[in-house]
Design a protein around this ligand. Structure first.
Ligand SMILES: *[C@@H]1O[C@H](CO)[C@@H](O)[C@H](O)[C@H]1NC(C)=O
Ligand SMILES: *[C@@H]1O[C@H](CO)[C@@H](O)[C@H](O)[C@H]1NC(C)=O
Ligand SMILES: *[C@@H]1O[C@H](CO)[C@@H](O)[C@H](O)[C@H]1NC(C)=O
Ligand SMILES: *[C@@H]1O[C@H](CO)[C@@H](O)[C@H](O)[C@H]1NC(C)=O
Ligand SMILES: *[C@@H]1O[C@H](CO)[C@@H](O)[C@H](O)[C@H]1NC(C)=O
Ligand SMILES: *[C@@H]1O[C@H](CO)[C@@H](O)[C@H](O)[C@H]1NC(C)=O
Ligand SMILES: *[C@@H]1O[C@H](CO)[C@@H](O)[C@H](O)[C@H]1NC(C)=O
Ligand SMILES: *[C@@H]1O[C@H](CO)[C@@H](O)[C@H](O)[C@H]1NC(C)=O
Ligand SMILES: *[C@@H]1O[C@H](CO)[C@@H](O)[C@H](O)[C@H]1NC(C)=O
Length: 373
């Protein structure tokens, strides 16, 4: 979908910064501050990351976690960061589920998400819940095809995030730049954010595309998740996907790919993105879709749009031969951006019959796979 004109959207970054600042950095927050130090100690600060982390890089970084005893009264019991670890939040394993607990402070089994993924049984028929405590996990995570039926359960998309900073250059291609890449089927994520904090592409810069999440498995569901990046944030690669109450941020081509998503692709013709009951806002200008392929199919229904949407709405990448085969539809949208007066001729304002198949989870055949919350 949404594609922006180049060079916009610093505001996106400041929103990101504000969000993260509020959740991770507020000095009075209950959240341990060395979390941030840990992040700084591993990240080569990009302009985005330095906005995320507005205070100076502490030289005492990284050792603080081992110095939690009270200097004024060494007789007092040592205070461990794990004293406040909420074991009761971690769901118990059952016959049908395995549970893998991740806490970056080391308060449970795994300190990285990747280590937990690696521990999941190959071709498991159980649901494998990777329970991830709040915090920033600065790591590149890959879920291979054999590690199926995995759930990433975070503690809220504003407080739990997997963050990395590869871009197309550093990873030898946009497709490999994802902070998190999922190749297995039946993946679920709940209440967690995926971020790519590589530097924003400057005008005309090539190789700066930086994917936050690549979802390449079939039958994936995202509930209450955040996707943060600039160019190419969400690579909805292939398979049938469901996004419910998620937040997606980006600039150029920030959702792209060949998935069949309610928000399959066994062929180009049977792919498409459907956005129902969504809200689109921000600054700058975006298109609702740009036709990278001749069979691009995108529908927005019941979606509220601000004037961020370019009046022409859609873009065929200057290839009018695509206008016959692309399917770009709008249905009962609202807001200044939904004014269709100036739309390109191939944009379709759908009638009830045309819209019907895009409006519910039948679009992604979810009746046969989507598990209710
Ligand atoms: C779980 O498996 C055990 C051993 O196979 C069995 O005794 C128990 O009844 C099962 N529990 C449930 C809830 O299915
Ligand atoms: C997690 O740690 C507990 C206690 O140390 C252990 O019993 C359990 O097997 C571990 N679970 C995994 C999935 O490694
Ligand atoms: C596990 O994955 C397989 C293959 O994708 C799927 O058929 C099965 O329904 C999944 N089981 C669970 C519990 O999600
Ligand atoms: C996500 O977090 C919210 C607020 O913390 C909670 O109410 C909700 O049940 C959570 N949902 C999931 C799917 O974890
Ligand atoms: C990517 O590499 C090309 C060629 O080396 C270079 O011109 C470009 O500036 C690089 N882009 C980024 C974002 O590093
Ligand atoms: C829609 O846009 C046209 C052309 O810009 C304008 O004349 C018209 O007043 C707009 N309609 C609404 C309802 O805002
Ligand atoms: C909806 O549009 C299609 C395609 O233009 C047309 O064939 C159909 O008759 C229309 N249906 C209604 C109810 O207007
Ligand atoms: C989705 O809408 C279609 C067309 O209106 C309808 O046939 C189908 O039963 C609906 N599916 C669900 C899951 O509501
Ligand atoms: C969209 O919102 C309407 C009204 O709140 C609701 O009836 C419908 O189920 C929603 N559709 C989806 C796909 O969430």
């Amino acid at each position: 979908m949404a594609t922006s004109f180049k060079g916009i959207s610093l505001i996106f970054i400041s929103i990101l910064a504000a969000l993260i600042a509020a959740q991770f950095i507020a000095p009075n927050s209950a959240y341990p501050r060395y979390l941030i130090d840990d992040l700084i100690s591993v990240v080569t600060l990009s302009p985005i990351a330095s906005k995320l982390i507005p205070f100076e890089i502490g030289s005492s970084c990284c050792r603080r976690r081992h110095h939690h005893h009270n200097r004024h009264d060494d007789n007092k019991q040592k205070v461990s960061i794990c004293d406040s670890f909420r074991h009761d939040l971690v769901p118990p394993a059952t016959n049908a589920t395995s549970v893998f607990c991740v806490d970056h402070n080391g308060c449970c089994n795994f300190t990285t998400v990747q280590a937990a993924v690696d521990a999941v049984e190959t071709l498991s028929q159980k649901r494998n819940i990777i329970w991830i405590n709040q915090g920033i996990y600065f790591e590149k995570v890959m879920v291979p095809k054999t590690k199926q039926n995995i759930t990433f359960q975070g503690q809220g998309f504003e407080s739990t995030a997997i963050v990395y900073n590869d871009n197309a250059n550093s990873s030898h291609g946009t497709f490999y730049s994802g902070s998190v890449q999922v190749f297995s089927n039946n993946f679920i994520a709940k209440n967690i954010s995926f971020m790519n904090v590589a530097p924003m592409p400057g005008p005309g810069v090539v190789g700066a595309q930086a994917v936050a999440m690549r979802i390449s498995g079939d039958q994936a569901a995202f509930w209450g998740c955040g996707f943060f990046g600039a160019q190419d944030t969400l690579h909805d690669d292939r398979g049938r996907h469901y996004f419910k109450e998620c937040f997606i941020q980006g600039s150029i081509d920030f959702i792209f790919g060949n998935g069949k998503s309610l928000y399959e692709s066994f062929s180009d013709e049977d792919s498409g993105f459907s956005f129902v009951n969504c809200t689109i806002g921000g600054t700058g200008r975006i298109w609702l879709g740009r036709a990278w392929r001749p069979f691009s199919r995108v529908v927005y229904a019941f979606t509220s749009m601000t004037d961020i949407i370019a009046p022409e709405g859609w873009n065929d990448l200057n290839d009018p031969t695509r206008d016959q085969s692309i399917f770009y539809g709008e249905y009962k949208c609202s807001g200044a951006g939904a004014n269709a007066t100036m739309r390109v001729p191939y944009a379709q304002i759908l009638n009830d019959t045309q819209a019907a198949s895009f409006l519910n989870t039948s679009f992604i055949n979810a009746d046969i796979w989507l598990q209710p919350l």
